[in-house]
Design a protein around this ligand. Structure first.
Ligand code: DGJ
Length: 743
């Protein structure tokens, strides 16, 4: 891995064994983009890639020159209005009202490792040799504003991390109207765009469309990354699939409003922009003030979508997630939310926990309803002290009882919210985000605390820390159950009101940082009404996220499949819940509910006392199973085999690093009458190994399993059968195949 600068041609070439990224200082001293993709040879000059032809209706910055136009050039961090008409990466309003800028190359540095981003989550290195960073500083000499573009290339990953830092050295203030984290101008538009979108309870479904002239984009305007659109998109060549072909992935390490956009211009070039959503955003920069954008991680894969996912999985599991829990297997947990909702007391909780312990569960999590006067969702948020009507011995007493059972204890918080019916609100009615003299909308009867204010965060921190210091708490579920409306903060002047959404998220990160550094042994799970903030920003603080409030196994196939495009399996909170399912009223077999949830951070969301003895035995076996295989599932290489968005079947598998062990999950949605013969081609095995699978009581070569496939026919469908194979022939049935290589 290296970053080279050619003094003569003014070209930068960032490369490792797999990828090249090439850029150039153009003749107008601005930064041009030349190439991003599979590694190419080093040559004296890549100048032949600078293309700008004379075309009617083009504007040219230099009189007498009818060729050089920014409209036609591929650029690194473009501005609008000086012959380029596409959407810009940066837009700055100056005191005279002008938004025209001209950022030219000033200098650059290249160094080993990767810098931290002040107050922001970012991918990191543990050793300097893992990555090299290029910082290029551009300057606008008229207004004395500098932009530093940061590029980090990794030694062993097909990934480049990008962000920008903007510094006002001028005497006058300026306003940033757009400050994207990256811009990538591609030479053509022969791509399909893929996004992960949906809604509450239906998060991260795969949606795809062909790029066409014009703009396609996804965004959040809700103050959190959102259920509606995940801050991720990819561009794939039309012939690319899961395992072959070119894919470019774009993932935004941020939890607030974002924009991901591809603009295809009239000459077939594609401009990709990703960053904080310029809609609703401005940032005021006084003299000597600086703004750091969040980071985007772009990944190149020539091995299809799965190749891209594996890069994100490795990077995010080992170099984005942090802390004591990063590399540890996650405890099997039992959460009481769907078991009790708000209706519990200490004995009821202990009773559920006892059954959990009997079956092998390691962590008991007390969800919403334990604090203030929280007996329903109209009250209590903000009062982070125990409701002693329900819990006479407080959280300390309950935690003690759970620990005495031989389990760890975890607790739910929703630190960013307040109900009007709470002591906190009565004391500080001005602490919520609200616009003066306007109605304040609520969501789930709650209001959003103004996390752009330090005194608000200090107060919440103190309340939470008081509990964490006294009670034995090993896990926190940090929830967030509404989007932000009437955005405004009383603490800052009018010209800074466009900063609130971003300042809010910086406040959230600040509280996370304080809590995770003061209580490093606690495992954090982030949550936002399920998966409303399942993003890389959160993973930096909380190594797992409750993927969705929808715990139905069949719905979860799509949710977990989509989530796995970017996020490691160890980060996907997945629980077995009771049937009929609480969200879609579907009844699925207990076996399938577990077979789906195994491919995540596994747990139960029910009262085990309510299961039959036979079901309890099944649960015990499931827990024993996941304890045996969770290390492999969380750290192995994940392959998606059959998509629930395309088939009546879903399949995926995990292979251990040494390829000696693999686990395949195979799921059927609806049963078929007299269905076809079926084979499932596996991936990632060693061709030469012989794998034994007890489920089929047979052994096959890795070459056979990958080229011929595993036989998964269920020939019994639609006929009377006398053996027990029918359990795999029902709607919503599933199978797990364990493959072990012979020694
Ligand atoms: C939404 C979460 O996603 C649920 O798991 C649960 O914690 C509820 N909030 C509690 O209010």
């Amino acid at each position: 891995m290296t970053i080279q600068f050619n003094e003569l041609t003014k070209e930068f070439h960032l490369y490792n064994r797999q990828i090249s990224y090439i850029l150039k200082i153009l003749k107008n001293n601005q930064l041009g983009h030349l190439y991003f993709g599979k590694k190419v040879r080093e040559r004296d000059s890549y100048d032949y890639l600078v293309e700008s032809h004379h075309r009617p209706m083009t504007s040219y910055p230099y009189e007498g020159d009818m060729y050089f136009s920014l409209e036609h050039l591929k650029q690194e961090y473009p501005a609008y209005g000086t012959s380029d008409f596409r959407h810009p990466a940066v837009e700055i309003r100056q005191n005279n009202g002008s938004r025209i800028t001209n950022f030219e190359y000033k200098d650059h540095t290249i160094y080993k490792g990767k810098p931290k981003l002040q107050g922001l989550p970012a991918v990191y290195t543990e050793h300097e040799d893992e990555a090299t960073t290029l910082e290029i500083t551009l300057v606008d000499d008229l207004i004395h504003v500098e932009i530093t573009l940061l590029y980090t290339i990794f030694e062993n990953e097909n990934a480049i991390a990008r962000s920008a830092r903007i510094q006002n050295n001028g005497a006058e203030s300026v306003d940033l109207l757009a400050a994207m984290s990256m811009n990538l101008d591609l030479p053509d538009y022969d791509y399909e765009w893929l996004q992960l979108s949906g809604a509450w309870s239906r998060e991260r479904h795969i949606k795809m469309r062909k790029l066409e002239q014009g703009i396609q984009s996804i965004e959040s305007t809700r103050g959190h990354s959102s259920h509606q659109h995940n801050p991720f998109m990819l561009l794939k060549r039309p012939n690319a699939d899961e395992f072959s072909g070119e894919v470019l992935g774009f993932s935004f390490v941020y939890s607030g409003n974002f924009l991901a956009q591809a603009e295809v211009d009239p000459h077939g070039q594609t401009r990709v922009l990703m960053g904080i959503n310029p809609f609703g955003f401005t940032w005021h920069l006084e003299q000597n003030e600086q703004f750091q954008t969040p980071e985007t991680v772009i990944v190149y894969s020539d091995q299809g979508i799965n190749g891209m996912s594996q890069t994100y999985h490795r990077l995010y599991r080992t170099r984005l997630a942090r802390g004591e829990w990063r590399d540890q297997v996650r405890p099997v947990l039992n959460n009481n939310w769907e078991a009790t909702y708000f209706d519990f007391d200490e004995d009821k909780i202990v009773n559920i926990a006892k059954a959990a312990k009997e079956d092998g569960i390691e962590l008991f999590v007390l969800d919403d309803g334990w604090f203030g006067t929280r007996n329903d969702d109209k009250q209590g948020l903000g009062d982070w002290f125990a409701n002693t009507d329900k819990l006479p011995n407080g959280i300390t007493g309950l935690a003690e009882r759970i620990e005495n059972l031989g389990m760890k204890f975890g607790l739910w918080f929703e630190p960013e919210m307040v109900n009007k019916n709470s002591d906190l609100f009565r004391e500080h009615p001005d602490w919520i985000i609200q616009t003066p003299h306007r109605r304040s909308s609520h969501g789930r009867n709650q209001f959003v605390l103004d996390y752009s204010r330090k005194e608000v965060i200090d107060c919440i921190y103190e309340m939470m820390a008081a509990i964490l210091r006294t009670a034995k708490i090993s896990y926190i579920k940090w929830d967030m159950n509404r989007s932000i409306t009437e955005v405004y903060s009383e603490s800052i002047p009018p010209e800074r009101q466009g900063e609130i959404f971003h300042r809010y998220i910086l406040g959230v990160y600040d509280l996370y940082e304080r809590l995770t550094s003061t209580f490093p042994h606690i495992l954090f799970e982030s949550c936002a009404s399920g998966g409303g903030r399942f993003d890389p920003g959160m993973l930096y603080y909380a190594p797992q996220t409750w993927a969705s409030d929808n715990s139905d196994a069949i719905e979860r196939l799509k949710i977990q499949y989509g989530t796995s495009l970017v996020y490691p399996i160890s980060s996907i909170g997945a629980h077995v819940s009771s049937v009929p399912n609480e969200q879609v009223f579907r009844t699925t077999p207990l076996e399938t509910r577990a077979n789906v949830a195994y491919f995540g951070a596994f747990g139960y969301e029910l009262d085990l006392n309510k299961l039959s003895q036979a079901e309890r035995e099944q649960v015990k076996n499931q827990i024993a199973f996941i304890k045996q295989y969770r290390e492999l599932i969380h750290k192995g290489t994940f392959y998606r085999l059959l998509s629930p968005f395309e088939h009546n079947f879903t399949a995926w598998m995990v292979v251990s690093e040494d390829k000696r062990e693999a686990i395949v999950g195979y799921y059927k949605i609806l049963n078929e009458a007299n269905g076809p013969y079926r084979r499932l081609k596996l991936q990632g095995l060693n061709e030469a190994f012989i794998y034994h699978t007890e489920e089929l009581a047979a052994s096959y070569g890795g070459d056979e399993l990958m080229n011929i496939g595993l036989i998964t026919t269920d020939a019994y469908s639609g006929q009377n059968i006398e053996n027990d194979a029918h359990e795999h022939c029902a709607d919503f049935s599933s199978r797990i195949f364990i493959l072990k290589a012979a020694q």
